[in-house]
Write a protein that binds this ligand. Structure first.
Ligand SMILES: *Cc1c(COP(=O)(O)O)cnc(C)c1O
Length: 426
């Protein structure tokens, strides 16, 4: 589907383009395998000399249609779906890093990603240095080493809601000769397209707004096609030198701008799995069809709820980048002019105990370990996701003991506010 269409049209139309007599709706290719007429045809697929489907662990037509839609939305050249956001983040780094390599990462990132990078990837021999994203360019540059292969950050961090200065990060990555990888889960391409600000690769947990209905866990990696791997060939041997597991084929030579995603599919998916089920991709596609409508309503509602909370006597503080006076207001105006997302954090006077009583008193708004779907929900990280930490450790981790994460849904904003108001009174 041509990228000339605007995002709203791409949400509805991109990815699946039926031909004569094909189903109008993206079909679920619920098949592990695909048929060929000759042994020779099949052999060419295994050598990556021909493109075509043969086994769903590597590629599946339903998955690929949805990946193509997300690639179009982000303005990238290619994308690969994964079974979760965690798998997307892992593969995005592991596709270009191996034991002995290092990358630099913003410290304002999702807790699951933090653990993956700091603990699990370390066991694979890949080291990470976390930097405060608000530090100066020079300070962040100091974290780079000979063996640094990537720079990573989140457009809007979950749950601390810090807005990344993507252009600053892109300048640093460019100066250091490494790709900038951005987790764009919270704003989605409807509210921010990191490639337009110099990012090279975008990752998503599609579990959040893209699916939007809390129906299917999933992830996605999109490549802009802009990073010149061959210019830094000795840094990226996996892309720029022959792959013995494909008879000495070199990804950059054979696939040009498609090299990064082709390697991720042909090598990482082949060896590690983590493909989404076609059924989940079908559900993700349904979600994407209304992403533009939902994001708009999430932002309108969250702005109203944030403004309401700000003037409540019971509320100690509110963090939402759409509020003038927020630390990230100016960056949000620049990178997220249409709105940020539906997630707000705030604290109540009285701290941890009051927060728990407030949440228990909510009627419509549900307590769940999720964010970014159609239904408004809350989570108290100090009691839930971060419950093993002491108050001191919480503050160190950037999670205040009284922090309530509120994911504003697409119900009527007045009903959401009414539920909050009655719970505050209780
Ligand atoms: C949820 C989330 C992830 C992890 O995604 P899963 O789909 O839960 O594996 C990664 N990054 C961000 C920003 C997230 O919010």
């Amino acid at each position: 589907m041509a990228n000339k269409f605007k995002p709203e049209t791409l949400c509805v139309q991109a990815g699946w383009t039926p031909r004569k007599g094909d189903p109008r709706i993206l079909p679920i290719y619920q098949s592990t395998t695909f048929k060929y007429d000759t042994s020779e045809q099949m052999a060419r697929l295994f050598d990556l000399e021909d493109s075509g489907y043969f086994y769903t662990r590597l590629q599946n037509p339903t998955n690929d249609a949805v990946a193509a839609k997300i690639a179009a939305l982000e303005g990238g050249v290619a994308a690969m779906l994964t079974s979760s956001g965690q798998a997307a983040n892992f593969y995005a780094i592991f596709n270009i890093c191996q034991a002995g390599d290092h990358f630099v990462c913003s410290s304002a990132i999702y807790g699951g990603t933090f653990n993956l990078f700091a603990v699990t990837m370390k066991k694979l021999g890949i080291e990470v240095t976390f930097v405060n994203p608000d530090s100066s360019e020079d300070e962040i540059m100091d974290a780079f080493r000979e063996n640094t292969k990537a720079l990573f950050g989140e457009t809007i961090s979950n749950p601390s809601l810090e807005v990344l200065d993507i252009e600053k990060f892109a300048r640093i990555a460019k100066a250091q000769g490494v790709p900038l990888i951005i987790d764009n889960t919270f704003p989605t391409p409807i509210n921010c397209r990191p490639f337009e600000w110099g990012a090279d690769i975008v990752v998503h947990s599609t579990t959040k707004y893209m699916d939007g209905h809390a129906a299917a866990v999933g992830g996605c990696i999109v490549d802009s096609g802009n990073f010149d791997w061959d210019k830094y060939a000795d840094k990226f041997p996996g892309l720029c030198t022959p792959d013995e597991s494909y008879h000495g084929l070199t990804y950059t030579k054979s696939f040009g701008k498609m090299a990064y995603i082709t390697k991720a599919t042909a090598q990482l998916m082949r060896d590690l799995g983590s493909i989404p089920s076609p059924q989940n991709s079908f559900l993700l596609n349904l979600g994407l069809e209304t992403l533009h409508l939902r994001m708009r309503q999430h932002c309108v509602n969250a702005q109203k709820v944030a403004e309401y909370l700000q003037q409540c006597d019971e509320v100690a503080w509110v963090n939402y980048c759409g509020l003038p006076g927020n630390k990230y207001y100016a960056l949000a105006q620049k990178y997220l002019p249409k709105g940020s997302c539906g997630v707000i954090s705030f604290g109540l006077k009285g701290g941890r105990e009051t927060s728990i009583r407030f949440m228990d008193a909510l009627k419509m708004v549900a307590i769940v370990t999720h964010v970014a779907d159609a239904r408004t929900c809350v989570l108290h990280p100090a009691s839930h996701t971060h419950r093993q930490l002491s108050d001191e450790q919480l503050i160190e981790a950037g999670v205040r003991p009284d922090l309530i994460r509120l994911s504003v849904g697409i119900e009527n904003a007045e009903d959401i506010i009414e539920d909050i108001a009655q719970a505050l009174k209780a």
